[in-house]
Design a protein around this ligand. Structure first.
Ligand code: C2O
Ligand code: CU
Length: 457
């Protein structure tokens, strides 16, 4: 029997995905700030989780969390082949962990719920970067407080560069023609604070206010040229469709974990929480006064652009970007792990079980590819989309409902949107050992136990 509160939550939850709280248009009055770049210094990167105050609304201080600052975090830049030490320090007054989303890192450094840092604690994580160019991110993962800590501002980016990315003729000048864009919706209290517990929705906390790189009403000044946008859906639960208000198409060049083999022409892309995509927008054909913006499904203005006619480049995006592929062998592999995602609100589960830190759900051998089959079982109300994420690996989508994935999903992924009644097969290989989480990246679902553990031996 469900309590009244659970019934209410289910209703709210249902509403939250069929009829989400609409976002407000960006008025574009604030130039988009860019997170600082953070390079290893003698191989060491210092990352501090801290609390602070941030002026999101003019003249008002909002209490926030951030990495190396009061709100959000830097872009950590590393190179393939480089050995780095992440020196983490928890200056919050509550426990946290440092999780490197999308990084192929040994389990002991992955920062899952087992790796709690108490207030004041420091920890060093040393590893060699063994994956290709990609836009990854990091955020906390303490059991029971992940969603709230991310909501308050703990999220940063990691750029991996490699020989390929450095030599490709693509926009790569940070802040000039290559921009990180972190999209997060928030619900502010009347006095412009975050009160996570007050707005918590067990099926995914959403808000009516969009922040891009932590900024309200952003606009981005770009040149009359090809521009690379690295999009991260860093929201707790909201899904975004990104398109241009002009209806013009753009090119997608990368997925979560690296470049696509070739630029893929898209008129819109959708990202569920945790997913990334890199796109190239060609602004050269627009007039200085044109109103160009990234908008969502409802044509809400997410990010208006302002054109600087003096900035131009003549970059021609190469036809070939990467050598990703699924082998015939991989396609023939039998399914060896089946996962059924089910439920909503506090009743979410994977294979009828909720997360238990002391239970290992699966084992897998290091370096061995297995086929994971993910099924999203609908409920009476239809169910909802679950962004399914696996730690410590970049996987390949083998099929979606038996069919080859669309061109823009034929690339390295660590999070995949699984719609109700969909069955998705993934080719999953772990290059390191350890215990890794897999879970729904709607952070409230993750919090409610839609998570399991695989031990790689
Ligand atoms: Cu982005 Cu388990 O997380
Ligand atoms: Cu979910």
């Amino acid at each position: 029997n469900m309590s009244q509160e659970e019934m209410m939550n289910m209703e709210n939850g249902h509403a939250s995905h069929t009829n989400p709280l609409p976002l407000n248009d960006s008025t574009g009055e604030n130039e988009l700030p860019l997170p600082p770049l953070l390079q290893p210094n003698n191989g060491v990167v210092d990352i501090i989780a801290q609390q602070g105050k941030t002026e999101i609304f003019e003249g008002v201080e909002t209490e926030t969390y951030g990495y190396n600052g009061s709100f959000l975090g830097p872009v950590i830049t590393v190179n393939e082949g480089e050995t780095v030490t992440f020196r983490t320090n928890n200056k919050l007054s509550e426990p946290t962990t440092f999780h490197w989303h999308g990084v192929e890192i040994p389990g002991e450094g992955d920062g899952g719920p087992h790796h709690i840092l108490k207030p004041g604690a420091t920890e060093e994580v040393k590893f060699t970067v063994k994956q290709g160019a990609s836009t990854l991110w990091f955020h906390p993962h303490p059991e029971g407080a992940t969603a709230e800590q991310v909501y308050k501002g703990l999220a940063g980016l990691i750029y991996v560069e490699d020989d390929n990315s450095k030599n490709l003729a693509i926009p790569n000048e940070y802040g000039k023609n290559d921009f990180p864009l972190v999209f997060q919706d928030r619900q502010f209290t009347e006095d412009k604070q975050f009160d996570y517990q007050a707005v918590l929705n067990e099926d995914g906390t959403i808000g009516d206010t969009l922040l891009v790189n932590g900024t309200l009403n952003p606009k981005l000044t770009v040149g009359k040229e090809k521009v690379r946008l690295r999009l991260l859906n860093g929201s707790n639960a909201r899904n975004y469709i990104f398109k241009l208000n002009t209806g013009d198409k753009f090119q997608q060049i990368a997925t979560d974990g690296g470049f696509l083999n070739k630029p893929t022409i898209m008129s819109e892309i959708s990202l569920t929480p945790g997913e990334r995509a890199e796109i190239i927008v060609d602004f050269s054909k627009y007039e200085a006064k044109s109103n160009i913006a990234l908008v969502n499904e409802e044509d809400t203005i997410l990010l208006p652009f302002q054109l600087d006619e003096h900035r131009t480049n003549s970059i021609k995006i190469p036809e070939s970007l990467n050598d990703y592929g699924i082998t015939e062998e991989e396609k023939m592999l039998p399914v060896t792990k089946k996962l059924e995602l089910f439920g909503m609100g506090t009743m979410v589960s994977i294979n009828d079980k909720q997360f238990d830190m002391n239970r290992i759900d699966f084992t897998q051998k290091q370096g061995e590819t297995e086929i994971w089959e993910i099924y999203n079982k609908p409920d009476m109300m239809g169910g909802m989309t679950h962004p399914f994420h696996i730690h410590g690996t970049q996987f390949k989508i083998v099929s979606i409902d038996g069919k080859e994935p669309p061109a823009n999903l034929q690339g390295w992924k660590d999070t995949v949107s699984v719609e109700p009644d969909q069955t998705i097969k993934l080719a999953v290989k772990f290059n390191n050992k350890g215990i890794y989480m897999f879970h729904c990246h709607v952070l409230e679902h993750e919090e409610n136990g839609m998570m399991g553990q695989v031990e790689v031996k």
